[in-house]
Design a protein around this ligand. Structure first.
Ligand SMILES: O=c1ccn([C@@H]2O[C@H](COP(=O)(O)O)[C@@H](O)[C@H]2O)c(=O)[nH]1
Length: 230
């Protein structure tokens, strides 16, 4: 069976719960994402559980590193033993910071987060980022790729513009993905899974629409089917 290009965000309350989600969704999707809530609580055990329970799916370690280059390079080396397929850094940390992570982890796709999908245009203006989100996202994506990033996190609303500007082997990853009718929660710049893929995304990050469902396996299977029957 073809695995859907979906990373399930394993943002959960304890190790047993996220292990269960990984086991339930693993047969349908390509990737398991371990983020701050889970990694800061459970550490390496969360990564091992995500990988093992899912049947060996890719691991996306979403730590969103953002510090001076020396510190980010060291932080990246600190998780090298986990061999994640993806490790995130914030592109806004600058080219030297992205480069430090990429140099530290040559076998991992250092993945640059452009503009958080939870931020509206008004939120961005409030923190001094003037102009449309798409302009900042494109600028940050190009900067990060130039500094060695091999994957980019962006909103599905910006993925087409970024797809047109970065080399094809750069993996474009979109959170802020919601099946039609699903609750947005704190996400602002969103699209459906089908639209995100059509616009050029390679990997869709989907958390609560799967992990918040009464039947996690059924929710993952349904989204996977919607993407493969196209
Ligand atoms: O811009 C970003 C970067 C990362 N995320 C992460 O993706 C998931 C989304 O989860 P949902 O439950 O589907 O909203 C979550 O782990 C975020 O930390 C993002 O949403 N936006």
């Amino acid at each position: 069976m073809t695995l859907a290009p979906v990373a399930v965000a394993l943002d959960g309350p304890d190790l047993a719960t996220i292990t269960g989600w990984a086991a339930a969704a693993g047969p349908y999707v390509s990737t398991m994402k371990v983020g701050l809530e889970t990694y800061l609580r459970d550490g390496d055990a969360a990564v091992h559980a995500a990988r093992d329970a899912s049947g060996g799916r890719d691991v996306f370690l979403d730590l969103k590193l953002h510090d001076i280059p020396n510190t980010v390079g060291g932080a990246a080396r600190s998780v090298a033993h986990l061999a994640p397929t993806y490790l995130t850094v914030h592109a806004s940390g600058g080219a030297a910071m992205v480069r430090a992570a990429a140099d530290a982890l040559p076998d991992t796709r250092v993945t640059a987060v452009t503009v958080l999908t939870s931020m509206s245009e008004d939120d961005l203006a409030a923190v001094g980022l003037l102009g449309p989100a798409i302009d900042a996202a494109r600028r940050l994506a190009l900067l990060a790729v130039g500094a060695g990033a091999r994957a980019i996190v962006c909103s599905p609303q910006e993925v087409a513009a970024i797809r047109a500007e970065v080399p094809r082997d750069v993996v474009l990853i979109t959170p802020g993905v919601r099946p039609a009718g699903a609750a947005l929660g704190d996400q602002q710049r969103v699209a459906t899974p089908e639209q995100a893929l059509a616009d050029g995304a390679d990997l869709l990050v989907i958390g609560r629409p799967i992990t918040g469902a009464p039947d996690v396996a059924a929710a993952a299977a349904q989204i996977a089917a919607s993407l493969t029957i196209r």
